[in-house]
Design a protein around this ligand. Structure first.
Ligand SMILES: [Zn+2]
Length: 681
């Protein structure tokens, strides 16, 4: 049977999806394969279909029981014969399945990595006809991956042993949804893949619209969260938070705002988790607020929005988490609501995951100095944290033990109750090398910096994410992310918001700092803004109804080198860079030309006009003052004349006069001003 015929017969599809056919053909050629494809891109078919066509049984290593169950359920009732072996089935059932596998009843068997590394199981496996071994979520083998699992790291070794018992090569396939270069290398080495064919692809998800929104305060975050969730007309949303505490807090806020929500995090009981997840899966509750523990193996097609409140932990995690949106191929939004303090919080979380050298040395010595008969006594994390001379939390003690386990100092098992870590064995000969912890810390820190770059990026976000995995990508800009949209309808890449900001900074003579310019762009009528008369300038309130808030606009413009901060001794003012100034002038020229000017030296002409208008206003002022018998400043100040002249050509005349002079004086003098400025050539 050809793969195409098998596709129709077993799975009911007429056509392969992008890239599936190549992967399947490499597997059928007997090659080892490493395939990196996002979840929801038809990954499982890449091994299920060849499994049906190959002789023998395909074993699939999978990290989660629920994931295995889903994949088995998915093909139940079809001709694809799959089952699973895990710790949740009864001994009787287990024995039965083993017998059925021996009798050749199944083509695909799912199992947990722990089982594959057991001697007894390997011994049994030696006589089972084997087509290949698939390692799903293969990034778990890599200590550079975000979901490192120790038992995963041992799979390669177990397969090598099995190959040597069977005296034949075992074909291997590694699958993952998001893997960077260094993790790919690690997977190839750890699983001992033999000249593997590597497939990268499917990262470009054209139906996802990426956006990041800077929030100056918690109040701002609440506002944006509310605003976005209100747009959710059909389908569901996931709101990811960085901690369990934050999940609870955001739930409270959303309930208060009238959004029905359910939650998911690691401290709920299994029963609660299942019930809440079900509420969301069934569509009974549209919004789920969760930590990143939520989502693996979740395949809900109509997720329309994935919002991150705070930083995702890495581009890899982000692609996975955001990638849960729009599985049905319809448009969906992936939004990060971020704030300045997020980096701080993430750094704190990092510090809580990586014990110091002193703490690890102390934990190592404390274990080592236990009398031999007490070496396998469980460790109370709280008790050790209290007795440590270094600043330690129970979680840091736990991490220390895990690092020691990774270096074969000991092996851990589940403790008799939470907070107690069981010790299965202790190796008194083993040493530990703190360098390993340092390297991992450096990697985690790097991932954090990478996600920061994504969040503050000024270029197309979709391209930025795909490039992270596939630096050679030739994909064009997505046209729908915030950065792509903001740069549309512009002259030479300057958006209208950027233009307003440049205009504001320029016309206020670059005298104001970031805070005041931000308030002015956001249209805040703060006393400081009013005192500086910033509300009278073009550009005031430009960001008021825009998707981009002024703080992120300014941040982006500093990044793009359109604006800079001056190094005054007293305070830093926002100023135009040479590039910003040049673009502003070019835009003036273009705007003026499109209003019927004849291009060329339009900028110079505009400036000349502004000067003439200013002069005309001073002349008119003198005339009026004489007529009314008052001082010139009682008519209008030089400053006010300057602002009117400056904005007259780009704004509605009545509006600018009204704003600068106020209602009374505008009624009194407005007509005269319009007449005299129209006369300016
Ligand atoms: Zn884009």
């Amino acid at each position: 049977m050809t793969p195409k015929a098998a596709l129709k017969q077993y799975f009911g599809y007429e056509e392969f999806r992008d890239g599936q056919a190549e992967i399947i053909s490499a597997v059928l050629d007997g090659r080892d394969v490493l395939a990196v494809r996002p979840t929801g891109s038809g990954k499982t078919l890449c091994f299920q279909l060849p499994a049906m066509l190959m002789k023998g049984v395909t074993f699939v290593v999978s990290p989660l029981i629920s994931l295995m169950q889903d994949q088995v359920d998915e093909v139940a009732g079809t001709e694809v014969l799959a089952t699973l072996l895990n710790s949740q089935i009864s001994t009787h059932e287990y024995a039965q399945r083993i017998r059925e596998i021996e009798q050749g009843k199944y083509k695909i068997v799912y199992l947990a990595p722990e089982r594959l590394t057991q001697d007894k199981f390997l011994f049994w496996l030696r006589k089972i006809p084997l087509s290949m071994v698939v390692v799903d979520e293969a990034h778990c083998v890599s200590q550079w991956g975000s979901d490192f699992r120790f038992s995963y790291a041992q799979i390669g070794h177990a397969l090598d042993r099995l190959a040597s018992i069977r005296k034949q090569k075992i074909q291997r396939m590694a699958l993952s949804a998001s893997v960077t270069g260094e993790v790919q290398t690690d997977i190839r080495n750890k699983l001992n893949l033999f000249h593997p064919q590597v497939y990268l692809g499917g990262f470009n998800r054209p139906n996802l619209r990426y956006r990041t929104v800077f929030c100056a305060s918690n109040e701002g975050r609440r506002h944006h969260l509310d605003r976005f969730l209100k747009r959710l007309s059909s389908g569901s949303a996931i709101v990811y938070c960085i901690s369990i505490k934050e999940v609870e807090r955001i739930r409270g806020i959303l309930l208060q705002l009238g959004h029905p929500v359910t939650i998911y995090h690691g401290r709920l009981s299994a029963k609660e988790r299942e019930a809440y997840q079900q509420q969301w899966m069934s569509g009974e509750v549209k919004i789920i607020v969760a930590t990143n523990a939520f989502g693996m193996g979740i395949n809900k097609p109509d997720v329309r929005m994935v919002v991150h409140v705070g930083y995702p932990s890495s581009p890899e995690d982000y692609v996975q988490e955001a990638g849960r949106a729009g599985r049905d191929g319809l448009n969906a939004d992936c939004i990060v609501l971020w704030a300045k303090q997020d980096t701080l919080i993430q750094n704190m979380l990092l510090d809580n995951r990586f014990p110091s050298q002193e703490l690890m040395a102390w934990a190592f010595a404390r274990l080592h100095n236990r009398p031999e008969e007490k070496r396998s006594m469980p460790v109370s994390l709280m008790d050790w944290a209290k007795h440590s001379p270094y600043e330690a939390t129970p979680s840091l003690i736990e991490q220390s033990l895990r690092f020691l386990e990774q270096q074969n100092v000991l092996s851990l098992k589940r403790g008799p109750r939470p907070g107690l870590m069981g010790i299965a064995s202790y190796n008194p000969e083993a040493q530990f090398d703190y360098g390993v912890v340092q390297t991992r810390y450096a990697k985690a820190d790097k991932r954090l910096r990478q996600i920061k770059q994504y969040i503050e990026a000024v270029e197309c976000r979709a391209v930025k994410l795909v490039k992270h995995f596939d630096s050679e990508t030739k994909m064009g800009i997505c046209g729908v992310c915030d950065n792509c949209i903001d740069s549309q309808g512009t002259v030479d890449g300057l958006s209208s918001l950027e233009m307003s900001a440049l205009h504001l900074v320029h016309s206020t003579k670059q005298r104001f700092g970031r805070a005041k310019i931000r308030m002015a762009l956001d249209g805040e009528l703060d006393p400081k803004v009013l005192a500086s008369k910033l509300h009278l300038y073009t550009g005031f309130g430009a960001c008021e109804n825009a998707a981009t808030k002024a703080s992120s606009l300014i941040q982006q413009m500093l990044g793009k080198k359109l604006l800079r901060l001056t190094v005054e001794p007293k305070y830093q003012a926002l100023a135009l860079t040479d590039l910003g100034y040049r673009l502003l002038r070019e835009n003036y020229a273009a705007v003026h030309a499109s209003k019927g000017g004849n291009g060329g030296d339009a900028t110079a002409k505009l400036e000349a006009r502004t000067n003439k208008s200013f002069q005309a206003l001073l002349n008119l002022r003198a005339e009026l003052a004489e007529g009314y018998g008052v001082s010139v400043d009682q008519i209008w100040s030089r400053k006010e004349a300057e602002i009117i002249a400056d904005g007259y050509d780009t704004e509605d005349p009545d509006e600018i006069i009204g704003k600068v002079l106020g209602a009374d004086r505008a009624v009194q003098f407005g007509f005269r001003i319009v007449v005299s400025l129209q006369a300016v050539g």
